[in-house]
Write a protein that binds this ligand. Structure first.
Ligand code: DON
Length: 304
């Protein structure tokens, strides 16, 4: 078995020594306050071993990574009906793109771009009794950690500046693909994106996706089918217009967020989270992408 600790230590120190040409996202003003020097890598395998280096215990804004959790929840309650309102094809476009919606009659390409995640949020607003509270409990259950919370300043900061998301939600509404008021759906969406988690909590919360739906405490948190389908969507759609590049370089299902986090997993083996806030031009963590490429190359552990 490869020496995981030695490998992530080496990757962390080599990348820390390189010039980081990424930029911290500040289109949501609160996100711009984060320390761009932070860098952590956390790995847990399905036998229960874990390895970490750097800033793995600092909570950060998970942003779009939350779309995987809302998708899991909505797929559990709606089953295949969900796919009538959102497709499962890669978009090849940036996460906040509108024009595909217009050409495709208000059916978003997939649930991991903003338009698709807003449809998924609408499903949850319709079906959950207390959407924000119930969603938080779901994520805490996946991670086995009750300390996970929303960052209300980040949610409010996005509410004040999320003009493109308002445009997307209104366009969805015009196509009759949003059942609830725009404000209610976006309030939920901005909160889900504002969740703060550490690299360790994120790795733990994705454990079920690497383990046929069973969480770390061996509880069946997701069905096998949910884990299989959502992993496929992460592989093809988890990195927007860089999904092909991520499959090419890293070769794992995964999901990124503009807070600089990336989670990826090898089914039956491990979950790995890298966090470094500066982003490359496509909105994915500049160091995180390189860290994962080096990890799967060195451990010969992509799905391909
Ligand atoms: O809706 C937005 O723009 C953000 N709340 C989330 C975007 C995001 O994380 C895209 N990921 N790379």
């Amino acid at each position: 078995m490869p020496n995981f600790q030695q490998i992530i230590n080496r990757i962390h120190s080599d990348l820390k020594a390189t010039k980081n040409t990424g930029e911290v996202a500040d289109y949501i003003p609160e996100l711009g306050k984060v320390d761009g020097e932070k860098f952590g890598i956390y790995l847990n395998n399905i036998h229960g071993d874990n390895y970490e280096v750097g800033d793995t215990q600092v909570p950060f804004s998970i942003q779009s990574i939350s779309k995987v959790f809302t998708l899991a929840m909505a797929f559990a309650s709606q089953g295949n009906e969900l796919w009538k309102r959102v497709d499962v094809e890669p978009s090849g476009n940036p996460f906040n793109y509108l024009s595909l919606l217009e050409n495709e009659e208000g059916i978003p390409r997939n649930p991991l771009i903003n338009s698709g995640a807003i449809v998924v949020a609408d499903c949850l607003v319709s079906t959950l009794k207390n959407p924000k509270e119930d969603f938080l409990q779901f994520v805490r259950g996946l991670a086995g950690d009750d300390s996970i919370s929303y960052n209300l300043e980040v949610a409010e900061s996005e509410r004040k500046t999320g003009f493109r998301n308002y445009a997307i939600a209104n366009l969805l509404k015009s196509f009759d693909n949003l059942a609830n008021p725009v404000e209610d759906v976006l309030d939920f969406y901005f909160h889900q994106c504002s969740l703060e988690m550490t690299c360790e909590q994120l790795s733990n919360s994705f454990f079920a996706f690497a383990n046929h739906g069973k969480c770390m405490k061996n509880k069946q948190c997701l069905t096998e089918k949910q884990a299989k389908r959502i992993n496929a969507i992460m592989l093809t759609c988890g990195f927007y217009d860089e999904a092909g590049e991520f499959a090419f370089e890293v070769g794992l299902p995964g999901k990124s967020g503009v807070g600089g986090g990336i989670v990826a997993l090898l089914p039956n083996h491990y979950v790995i989270t890298a966090w470094s806030p500066p982003l490359n031009p496509k909105g994915n963590s500049y160091l995180g992408m390189q860290a994962l490429e080096q990890f799967t190359t060195e451990t010969k552990s992509s799905i391909f």
